[in-house]
Design a binder for this molecule. Structure first.
Ligand code: TXA
Ligand code: MG
Length: 317
């Protein structure tokens, strides 16, 4: 069983020996390994049960280390990086050969991010290699926002989980790629679109794809609980029934047992809603209910990314 602790030296030793460890970030917890070591990267895929066509994000701690990993930084990418890193933003940049094929699933670009969590930044600074880290959940399941979430699902397969408390943001990073140096958003996430557009102007958003996705976080069924989740249309209420639960935005639904429901943010704060989203879904998944109804949230701020995750978690109706 994984040890849970705050010992950066222990995490570093495991990583230097080629093991994988759970790490905290401000978005969700990651399952980290040496990004330059194909064996460590293989272990990540194996532990997550992740298909090898789904590439990983490479985490580093400083812009000065970027040139070692990529061949070109488009001007808007540089501005985004300088403004938002460390932070919940991932940039797709042309890779150097140093990055193993397995990390990028053979793509010509590599996904890079400087995460904002102080423990993980200190860990990255102490290492002489970057960390490949997908979210630390079994493939397709809800991302973990606490060390305990990681332990619950992957604890018997990894030696150590660095405990950085519950994730500040609670949604995976926003992914931005560049074509002819023009930014395109491939995954909505913890960095709101408005903030990105304030720096680089209007961006196109391409997050829906069914076959052969450019970013498999785009797969339409993803981030899902085990129980069927039904997304309510705006204004719609769940049909009252005994073994039914709900994820509500500001207040619980009448007609359903209150203890079968979780509220994202009583004050309607979308940042708080994002932070609670995955933990609440995990709780609902463990209750004695057969179906989870979910209410959509307003599309402003992080609302668009929350609704995106709810759509992907839902069953088609
Ligand atoms: O917030 C996050 O991004 C978290 C933390 C741990 O950093 N990580 C995360 O990783 O969400 P993961 O593997 O669960 O999602 C990464 C997404 C995947 O959907 C993958 O397909 C996409 O990034 N991706 C990675 N490299 C890519 C590339 N070169 N081109 C397109 N998509 C890429
Ligand atoms: Mg993931």
């Amino acid at each position: 069983m994984a040890q849970i602790g705050t010992d950066i030296t222990a995490a570093k030793a495991f990583l230097e020996a080629g093991n994988v460890v759970g790490i905290p970030t401000e978005t969700v917890y990651g399952l980290a390994g040496n990004a330059l070591d194909p064996d460590a990267v293989l272990t990540i895929f194996r532990v997550k049960n992740r298909p090898s066509f789904d590439p990983l994000i490479v985490h580093t701690d400083s812009l000065s280390k970027l040139d070692r990993l990529v061949t070109h930084i488009p001007e808007p990418a540089r501005r985004l990086a300088e403004t938002f890193w460390p932070g919940p933003l991932t940039l797709l940049l042309p890779r150097r050969d140093l990055i193993p094929d397995l990390v990028t699933a053979g793509l010509p670009t590599v996904a890079i991010r400087i995460p904002r969590h102080p423990l993980t930044l200190a860990l990255l600074r102490s290492l002489d290699f970057p960390l490949a880290a997908p979210s630390a959940n079994p493939f397709g399941y809800i991302s973990p926002t606490s060390a305990q979430h990681v332990a619950d699902q992957l604890g018997n397969q990894i030696p150590y989980i660095l405990d950085g408390g519950s994730a500040d943001i609670g949604l995976e990073s926003t992914i931005v790629g560049f074509e002819n140096d023009q930014p395109t958003v491939f995954r909505l996430g913890g960095m709101g679109l408005e903030k990105i557009e304030a720096v680089v102007g209007p961006v196109s958003v391409r997050t829906h794809s069914t076959s052969n996705p450019a970013a498999p976080g785009m797969l339409s069924s993803h981030y899902a609980p085990r129980k069927p989740l039904i997304l309510l249309a705006p204004g719609e209420s769940p049909k009252p029934a005994e073994r039914v639960g709900a994820l509500a935005f500001r207040e619980p639904f009448g007609g359903l047992a209150p203890d079968h429901q979780r509220v994202l943010s009583p004050t309607g704060d979308l940042n708080e809603a994002a932070k609670n989203l995955f933990a609440h879904l995990r709780v609902l998944d463990s209750l004695p209910i057969d179906t989870i109804y979910a209410e959509q949230v307003p599309n402003r701020g992080l609302g668009g990314a929350i609704n995106d995750r709810l759509r992907r978690a839902s069953v088609p109706v």
